[in-house]
Design a protein around this ligand. Structure first.
Ligand code: PEP
Ligand code: MG
Length: 572
């Protein structure tokens, strides 16, 4: 079976399918004659659930620490909770019903009771009961509950989509790749795959329904090809591809400490995008000169409550310290909304979430407390390295001024309380809304730097949803309209003695890079795995030629003409 999707994270995976699908746990009531045997089944299901939870606890302890692991202790205790479990037992015995039905009834009663309580802590316990009983129910029904932390052999995960917390749990040792029904190159599961360096293909439409689990599978994260039950020849061909990929990687590694400079001596900065502090390791291994975008929302999405100021401080400090002295780290403040949601911050349903109440709009609006907590954590971390703070989704000059004023208020309060804050952190903004790009000269007077977020800027400029495959033909980084906006932003920053970076996917695109060099982009921020191939490309370019080429491109009418121009210029 062959599938073709969008290559989201390069590399070859050869393994077995791990089908990630939550099972249907609907129960029906049946009468049981032998209640003793039914109770024995119930005890066996509890024992299996307990064994799994102990294993999950162990993995959570190793990867996420004691605090997260303790959640699973609570789940194990609940499995042995006398009220819950003896309620089920007496129902089976007294009413001669099946254990699955009895468990469902008793658990629902407890869930409803907890959900109705005033106390938030108790309401959260309802979710725990749901989790624990679903696990026991699955064993009673003979269904399989997927659990990514229990994977202990090489697999390719096949799923509808992966949530950020799914991706955070992936163990790189065993998860060789993933293939999803939905998503595009800039959807967040794709971005996470690249930072984890796991080969991935997204937007496959119907792969989940087409697999059973455990079949052999091969996947090419560059071309987007996925083959289930491949023939021996295909497997051999993929093994050869995997070899070639590994050799190319070794060859590029030679450029790890080389300068990012064109053949005629023009320097650019090649930095990387990260989602978690652990990603810094990959940035350094791939020769990244800093972090151009730390998407802090993953810190918020990865737990059931908002991260505290101290937790955030620890994460920011870790990134600054592990990146090392003099290496810039651009941290973006919370960019939530659009396709990114928080479990503890219910947002009302919106018809157009990408045009809705999101990112900086809510941070300086109804959710200032969340914003100010983050700002304090950042300011406290600022003394540990070269920090640059960046606001997302800025649309008007007033929004930037307001956000910066809040930052300065927190800065003043901290200093007054005797807390050390750096005197040299920069405060900049994402350029991802066309209105801001058009007004770049005015923004350049107030912002220390710009970072162009092409993932959104292209979407908003072309009026094409970045998640929708039907309009992906309009998602055109090389369209002269986009290049014109990019030029306006760069020129405006330079006129004020400021710098411009780019942290959207376009910055690591090998066709776009020559154009961006020619337009004078100062900093390129991309997936860590793209840094070395971009460095290799940049070192072969000539700045004066690229300038000339970019000038020509700006005069063209279509993206296709621009691509042809780049290809022709590079072939010379
Ligand atoms: C962008 O919009 O280009 C960007 C880098 O931000 P995100 O992909 O997180 O929206
Ligand atoms: Mg964006």
């Amino acid at each position: 079976m062959e599938f073709k999707g969008i290559g989201a994270s390069s590399g070859i995976a050869i393994a077995k399918v791990y089908k990630l699908q939550h099972p249907d746990l609907t129960v029906t009531k049946t009468t049981v004659e032998d209640t003793a045997a039914e109770l024995a089944k119930f005890d066996a299901a509890i024992a299996k659930a307990e064994g799994e939870l102990a294993k999950i606890r162990e993995n959570a302890l190793a990867s996420m620490g004691e605090e997260k692991a303790a959640i699973f202790d609570a789940h194990i205790t609940m499995l042995n909770d006398p009220e819950l479990m003896s309620g089920v037992r007496s129902k089976v015995q007294g009413e001669s019903v099946n254990a699955a039905f009895a468990l469902n009834e008793v658990a629902n009663m407890f869930i409803m009771m907890f959900e109705a309580m005033d106390n938030e802590y108790m309401r959260e316990r309802a979710a725990d009961i749901k989790d624990v009983t679903a696990r026991v129910l699955a064993h009673l029904l003979g269904k399989f509950i997927p659990d990514l932390t229990l994977i202990n052999e090489p697999v390719v995960i096949v799923a509808e989509d992966l949530t950020p917390s799914d991706t955070a749990q992936l163990n790189r040792q065993f998860v060789k790749g993933f293939a999803t029904n939905i998503g595009g190159r800039t959807s967040h599961s794709a971005i996470m795959a690249r930072s984890l360096e796991i080969p991935a293909v997204v937007g496959l439409s119907n792969i989940l329904e087409s697999v059973e689990g455990n079949e052999a599978i091969v996947l090419d994260g560059t071309s987007g090809e996925v083959i289930v039950n491949p023939s021996a020849d295909v497997v051999a061909a993929y093994e050869a591809k995997a070899d070639a990929f590994a050799k190319r990687k070794e060859q590029l590694k030679l450029l790890k400490d080389a300068e990012s400079v064109t053949a005629d001596g023009h320097h650019v900065e090649l930095v990387a995008n990260i989602g978690t502090p652990n990603d810094v390791e990959g940035v350094i291994a791939n020769g990244g000169e800093g972090v151009g975008l730390y998407r802090t929302e993953f810190l918020y999405m990865d737990s059931s409550t908002a991260p505290t100021e101290d937790e955030q401080f620890a994460a920011y400090k870790q990134v600054l310290e592990s990146m090392g002295a003099g290496k810039p780290v651009v941290v973006r403040t919370l960019d939530i909304g659009g396709d990114k949601k928080l479990p503890y911050l219910p947002l009302p349903h919106e018809e157009n979430p990408f045009l809705g109440y999101r990112a900086i709009r809510m941070c300086i609006g109804d959710h200032q407390e969340i914003f100010r907590t983050q700002l304090r954590a950042l300011l406290r971390a600022s003394v540990y390295g070269d920090l640059k703070i960046m606001f997302p989704m800025i649309t008007t000059v007033n929004e930037f001024v307001e956000a910066k004023a809040m930052l300065l208020e927190e800065d003043a309060k901290l200093r007054e309380a005797g807390v050390a804050v750096s005197d040299s952190y920069e405060v900049g903004m994402m350029m991802e809304v066309p209105a801001a790009a058009v007004l770049a000269p005015q923004f350049a007077k107030v912002s220390d730097f710009f970072s162009i977020g092409t993932n959104d800027l292209i979407g908003y400029t072309m009026a094409a949803d970045r998640m929708n495959e039907k309009v992906s033909y309009l998602y055109q980084p090389y369209n002269p309209s986009i290049l014109t906006l990019v030029k306006m932003i760069i020129d405006a920053s330079h006129a004020e003695g400021k710098w411009t970076g780019m942290c959207g996917e376009m910055a690591g695109d090998l066709t776009a890079v020559p154009l961006l060099v020619g337009l004078g982009l100062d900093e390129f921020s991309m997936s860590a795995t793209s840094v070395l191939s971009v460095r290799e490309l940049v070192r072969g370019l000539n700045m004066s030629e690229m300038k000339e080429m970019a000038e020509k491109a700006l005069q063209m009418a279509t993206a296709e003409e621009v691509v042809a121009l780049v290809e022709e210029t590079l072939a010379k």
